[in-house]
Design a protein around this ligand. Structure first.
Ligand code: UD1
Length: 416
């Protein structure tokens, strides 16, 4: 298994390009299932999760070809609306095939995602929403079996804000008969990117980015081209790493407006952050100040940036309170950070992080995607060498992370 070796201490300096967003690419790849005409995507990140999704689509009969950041999909030959456990278990986002398959084929068999390291993560809202659209759903032997004639537009109030739940229902509603109104919808920018792609395919989606999304169903969708939005979590991760190391970086191919809450917190920590046309520059002088935060759905502080800020707080001046309100078990990085010398106390969904002047390199284990990113940041500031094991989590969501960090002057290498 691969591991990362980091010799900490060097401030990050220079410029890198941010990749396309994983969490926009995954639902948009599934949108290809809705049409019998080709979909051409640009700025698709080269990530393990994207390859898994392409494999999943291919075994359903979708022709997929990837060249660099361009992916061409053609679901004309879609004939096997099945998502097997072997693929779904490694990537919860596989549930995003359910809505499109049901809408286009009238039936689907999708494995239940099961438990996940960061929490229970049920899919009841996806199921409840599809039932409201007229589907008949049973759970048998670990699989969701869904059947429907043409789905019927309806008004739906979601019990809680779910990103992939909103995306699944929005996609299903595109081919439904009549108008669907999704209330208490997720407002994440990735939902907006998906809506833009669906509209380019001939769908009639409005209100994406607000908590009420209206979808006027159409008979069929056509081919289209779409470019995936920049990854706001990758952007935030590099900014947090630069701030923690006292560096100065410019990130190209991204937009500051996608992560206002994160940039506010970086400024509170003492960083100077400037947004230019399609790029963001951050400079940090001296030791960061602690920043307390509370995760919540967009536009509030994202749960996917919580772990990285815990690493920043670990070496900051002062004490921070970090509250996680989205996932019930998302502090696993706290124990690993403690192995590097961090002083973190957790109780329920709250962590108290008392900043220490320095961390010491050690061997640590990545437990999930964003936890891995926090260990990389901690390794970059720690004295001596840090070895991060189980970095396959990192490869699921960060494109060429060690190459990008090396370009910024970090002493980081992968050993196989
Ligand atoms: C998406 C993101 C993930 C991010 C998360 C929250 C993708 C591919 N993944 O995950 O990176 O961390 O949003 O911003 O976009 N819930 C239910 N029932 C449901 C669905 C969700 O109870 O049917 C709960 C979950 O357990 C969780 C909360 O709702 O506590 C939010 O989860 P959700 O927004 O659905 O996360 P994902 O869409 O899986």
């Amino acid at each position: 298994m691969d591991r990362l070796l980091i010799a900490g201490g060097a401030p990050l300096r220079g410029a890198v390009r941010v990749s396309g967003a994983k969490n926009a690419a995954l639902p948009i790849l599934c949108a290809a299932l809705l049409s019998a005409e080709p979909l051409r995507l640009a700025n698709v990140p080269r990530l393990h999760d994207v390859r898994t999704m392409l494999r999943l689509l291919a075994q359903m009969g979708v022709a997929a070809a990837a060249e660099g950041a361009q992916v061409d999909l053609d679901a004309r030959g879609l004939d096997r609306p099945l998502a097997p456990y072997e693929l779904v278990k490694t990537m919860r986002a596989s549930i995003l095939v359910l809505g499109p398959l049901l809408a286009r084929c009238g039936h689907a068999r999708v494995s239940l995602p099961g438990g996940c390291a960061i929490g229970l993560r049920p899919v009841d809202q996806h199921v409840k929403g599809l039932e409201a659209l007229g589907a008949e759903i049973r759970v048998e032997q670990g699989y969701i079996e869904a059947r429907a004639g043409r789905l019927k537009g309806t008004r739906l109030v979601m019990d809680l804000v779910t990103v992939t739940g909103t995306e699944n229902l929005m996609m299903a509603a595109c081919l439904a008969d009549g108008v669907t109104v999704l209330e208490n919808a997720a407002r994440e920018p990735e939902v907006v990117d998906l809506a833009d792609c669906l509209n380019a395919m001939g769908a009639r989606v409005s209100g994406a980015g607000t908590d009420v999304i209206t979808v006027e169903g159409v008979e069929r969708l056509h081919g289209a081209r779409h470019s995936i939005m920049p990854d706001r979590i990758e952007t935030g991760t590099f900014l947090a790493a630069a701030a923690a190391t006292g560096g100065a970086v410019t990130l190209h191919g991204t937009r500051a407006g996608l992560l206002d809450a994160v940039i506010d917190k970086l400024r509170e920590a003492g960083a100077a952050v400037e947004a230019q046309n399609g790029s963001i520059r951050l400079e940090m002088r001296g030791r960061p100040r602690s920043v307390s935060l509370r995760t919540a759905p967009f536009p509030a502080f994202p749960t996917d940036m919580q772990a990285q800020f815990m690493a920043l707080d670990a070496i900051a001046e002062g004490t921070a309170t970090v509250t996680e309100t989205i996932f019930e078990n998302r502090f696993m990085h706290a124990l690993e950070l403690a192995r590097l010398g961090a002083d973190i106390e957790t109780a329920g969904n709250t962590a108290i992080v008392r900043g220490v002047p320095r961390l010491q390199g050690a061997t640590v284990m990545a437990t999930d995607l964003r936890a891995s990113a926090s260990l990389v940041i901690a390794g970059l500031v720690a004295q001596g060498e840090t070895c991060i094991e189980r970095i396959y989590h990192l490869d699921r969501g960060y494109e060429a992370i060690e190459e990008k960090l090396s370009a910024l002057g970090a002493a980081i290498r992968r050993v196989r």
